[in-house]
Design a protein around this ligand. Structure first.
Ligand SMILES: *Cc1c(COP(=O)(O)O)cnc(C)c1O
Length: 394
C-alpha cells in the first residue's frame, strides 16, 4: 500500500515519524511498504536483542499461544516460573516480579524501596537518581529521570527524587540524609548518550550505599540482557546491587519487563503489587527463549567480540573524519561527532538508496549504535560503508 492509503491520521500525534510504514523484518533487516530494505542498527531502541522475528521467539509465541495465553496473574503458570528460575540462576538476585514495560518495572522498584523504607528505615522514601538519566514515562519514573525539561511538562512532579551527578561520588554523598532509602542508576546511561558509570564509581556507590544502609537499584532496562557484553552490566564492576530492573532486550521485541531483588529486600505483602498482564505465559515464554539463547555457550563471548569489532571500526572512522572518538560497552556504543550533525546523519542514512540504514542520535552530537546482539561482522562492515557514504554527502 502507498503511505497515503493507510489511515495514519487516526493515530494520535506523539512524535515526528518518517512517512514510511514498516511491514516485516528478519534479523538485522527491516522492510517498508514500498519494498525498500533497511539495515537496522536501532532495533526498536535496543529492544530486539535477537534481531527481528527471531526463530526462537516465533517458536515460543506459537507454542505458548496454542497452550495458554493468560490464566490471570492470581495463578501460577509454567513459563513465569521457569523464566524466574532462569533469571535467579544467572544473576545475584533471588526474587523476580514480571511487568510489561521498563517504566512499570521501575515503578515496582520505587514502590519496593519505599515499602522497605517504611519497614526498616522509619519511613525514608527519597531515591537519589542522576542528571541525564532516563527511567521511563510514567509520572514517577519521569520524576526519577534527569531529562532536561521533564520536571515541568506534567508538573507537579512526584516528589522524592533528588539528582546527583554520574561518576561523582561526593555529589551522591551530599544528598544522603535520614530520608534517603535508595540510589537508582543506569549502569550505562542510554538515552543520556551512552555514558557508562565507571567501574570505580559503581564500586564506590556500592560501598556508600552499604555504609548508609540504603538500597542500590540498577535500572538495566537498556544495559541488561547481554547488551553490555555480560548478561547484566553490573557484573562489569564486580558488585552486587540490591535491586535490578529489566525491560527492552528481555523480550526481544515483545512487552516484557522484570523487577529483581535480593531476598532481604522482598517486602511486598499480598495486594501491594500486581497488574493484569504481569507474568502472563505468552510473554514469559518468549523471555525464557531469549534468556536461554543469551546464556547459551559462547553467545555473550560473541557479543563481546562483535562489540570490540564495532568499537575498532568506529575509532578508525573517528580518526579518519576528525571526530571525538567513541564510548560504550558491548553492543551499546556511541560515536562522538564533536558537532551537532547527528540528526542530519540519521535522516540521510534512512534515505540512502537502494538500501537504507537506521541509526539513532541520542544527542545531536553523537550517534548511538544498538544493533541486534547476533548482528554479524559482515553487517557491521555494511553499516560502516553506508555511514561513510552518508558522511561523504554532508
Ligand atoms: C527504555 C528505558 C526505560 C523505559 O522502558 P519502557 O519499556 O519504555 O517503559 C527505562 N529505563 C531505561 C534505562 C530505558 O532505557
Amino acid at each position: 500500500m502507498k503511505f497515503n492509503e493507510y489511515p495514519i491520521e487516526s493515530l494520535m500525534y506523539i512524535t515526528n515519524r518518517p512517512e514510511i510504514v514498516f511491514t516485516h523484518g528478519k534479523g538485522s533487516w527491516l522492510h517498508d511498504n514500498t519494498g525498500k530494505r533497511y539495515l537496522d542498527f536501532v532495533q526498536g531502541w535496543a529492544v530486539n536483542s535477537l534481531g527481528h522475528c527471531n526463530e526462537g521467539v516465533i517458536d515460543a509465541l506459537d507454542k505458548q499461544a496454542r497452550l495458554l495465553i493468560n490464566p490471570s496473574p492470581a495463578f501460577y503458570n509454567e513459563p513465569m516460573a521457569q523464566l524466574a528460575g532462569l533469571l535467579t540462576q544467572h544473576s545475584c538476585f533471588d526474587k523476580v516480579f514480571f511487568a510489561n514495560s521498563g517504566a512499570e518495572a521501575n515503578e515496582g522498584a520505587i514502590k519496593l524501596a519505599r515499602k522497605w523504607g517504611k519497614k526498616f528505615k522509619h519511613g525514608a522514601y527519597e531515591i537519589i537518581t542522576f542528571d541525564h538519566s532516563f527511567h521511563g514515562r510514567t509520572l514517577a519514573t519521569m520524576s526519577a529521570s534527569g531529562k532536561p525539561g521533564w520536571d515541568t511538562i506534567y508538573a507537579p512532579q512526584v516528589p522524592g527524587f533528588p539528582k546527583a551527578d554520574l561518576n561523582d561520588i561526593t555529589s551522591v554523598e551530599k544528598l544522603i540524609n535520614a530520608k534517603t532509602v535508595a540510589v537508582m542508576l543506569e549502569p550505562i546511561q542510554g538515552e543520556g548518550g551512552v555514558i557508562p558509570a565507571t567501574r570505580e564509581f559503581m564500586q564506590q556507590l556500592r560501598a556508600l550505599t552499604k555504609k548508609h544502609n540504603v538500597l542500590m537499584i540498577v535500572d538495566e532496562v537498556q544495559s541488561g540482557c547481554g547488551r553490555a557484553g555480560t548478561l547484566f552490566a553490573y557484573e562489569l564492576a564486580g558488585i552486587e546491587p540490591d535491586v535490578m530492573t529489566l525491560g527492552k532486550g528481555i523480550g526481544s521485541g515483545v512487552p516484557l519487563a522484570a523487577l529483581l531483588a535480593k531476598a532481604e529486600c522482598e517486602v511486598f505483602e499480598a495486594g501491594d503489587q500486581g497488574g493484569t498482564y504481569n507474568g502472563n505465559p505468552l510473554m514469559t515464554a518468549v523471555g525464557y527463549s531469549v534468556i536461554s539463547q543469551l546464556t547459551a555457550p559462547g553467545f555473550l563471548e560473541g557479543v563481546r567480540q562483535r562489540g570490540e569489532y564495532l568499537r575498532a571500526q568506529l575509532l578508525e572512522l573517528s580518526k579518519e573524519r576528525g571526530f571525538e572518538g567513541e564510548r560504550g560497552e558491548g553492543l551499546l556504543r556511541a560515536l562522538l561527532l564533536g558537532k551537532d550533525i547527528g540528526n542530519q546523519i540519521v535522516e540521510k542514512a534512512r534515505l540512502l538508496q537502494p538500501d537504507g540504514l537506521l541509526l539513532n542520535a541520542a544527542r545531536p552530537n553523537l550517534l548511538r549504535f544498538m544493533p541486534a546482539l547476533n548482528v554479524t561482522t559482515d553487517e557491521i562492515d555494511q553499516m560502516m560503508t553506508m555511514l561513510r557514504t552518508v558522511l561523504d554527502s554532508l
